[in-house]
Ligand binder design. Structure first.
Ligand code: AMP
Length: 301
């Protein structure tokens, strides 16, 4: 089934304790698209400024990614983010976030994309996320992501967006920040009170958790020892998850559990290189092999 993603497409500078990647391709929608396309074709909607390097545009073109919804806005500047990881790669600080085009009007969703059955609103301004929902013909299964900046500074817009989606994916500290609940399970339940029927909480190296009104599912992270740059892990997780749901055309809890496992494996590919390099180079076999290994690691009587 058709899968649409919108979010940031940006220029990142990323520092780890040992290395630095300057002005590389990033953005929530870019990572999502490269992960999701391993499982289902993706319709990408986003906007960049006229400073967006042609080489990045070329990098985004892929047979399974439809970039006809990628707008280049004359006179605007591309979203830029500079992040730094501490020695403990689970800890990151945003050194700067230049919203630029993200503070402007949302890019139009092409008419041919408005019937998308699966929609992911990757991290971007929650008012833009709402603006995207407005443009859909009959929203199918809509899931959104968010992060600290939006929770802290645009809470009303975010609460409005959350009231209009089927599911939300966010990390543990964000769930606590959004709800004021210290306990993660209670926080996930409190997110459900805002509208979505499923909350998926990403816990970095500790895996992920799915909470609905009636069910709880927990999964560890894929064991990997080659973490180069964790940037985009969350977006790739969401890409693998939504790609699997779109490929199987299911949204029931059993399907979401399985999709979370696919997303977990996709995230593990992304973090093995800077920028989108590792997930972009991966193929479906590499992802499927990880899933098979993951399944073995999880089996017990
Ligand atoms: P993740 O590591 O999954 O949280 O995603 C990192 C990506 O999100 C980077 O490529 C950034 O360009 C992008 N990003 C960082 N901050 C934001 C923000 N406030 N809204 C949207 N995208 C962001």
């Amino acid at each position: 089934m058709s899968l649409l993603v919108t979010g940031t497409i940006g220029i990142d500078t990323v520092e780890t304790a040992h290395e630095k990647a300057e002005s590389v391709l990033g953005g929530s929608a870019a990572y999502f698209a490269f992960a999701a396309r391993l499982l289902a074709p993706v319709r990408l909607v986003g906007a960049v400024g006229d400073d967006f390097p042609p080489a990045f545009r070329d990098a985004l073109s892929h047979p399974s990614i439809d970039t006809s919804g990628l707008e280049t806005r004359a006179g605007s500047k591309t979203f830029r983010w500079h992040g730094k990881y501490l020695e403990d790669m689970n800890q990151r600080e945003s050194i700067s976030t230049d919203l630029n085009i993200v503070a402007e009007a949302p890019p139009p969703i092409p008419a041919a994309f408005r019937d998308s059955a699966f929609v992911f609103l990757a991290n971007t301004h929650p008012a833009l996320q709402g603006g995207f929902i407005d443009q859909l013909d009959s929203p199918g299964f809509v899931v959104c992501d968010t992060m600290d900046l939006w929770i802290n500074e645009f809470r009303d817009d975010l609460v409005n967006t959350l009231s209009r989606v089927n599911g939300v994916v966010l990390n543990d500290s964000e769930a606590r920040m959004l709800t004021g609940e210290g306990d993660l399970f209670r926080a996930a339940k409190a997110v459900l009170d805002l509208g979505p029927t499923m909350t998926v909480i990403k816990k970095g190296e500790h895996g992920a958790m799915l909470v609905t009104r009636d069910e709880l599912f927990i999964l560890p992270a894929f064991p990997t020892s080659s973490v180069v740059d964790p940037t985009g892990a969350g977006d790739s997780f969401a890409g693998g998850m939504m790609g699997r749901l779109a490929a199987t055309n299911r949204t029931d809890t059993a399907a979401v559990r399985s999709a979370i496992a696919w997303g977990t494996c996709a995230a593990s590919l992304t973090i093995e290189a800077f920028s989108v390099n590792a997930i972009r180079a991966a193929d479906r076999d590499a992802l499927a092999q990880r899933l098979a290994h993951f399944r073995k690691c999880l089996a017990f009587d």
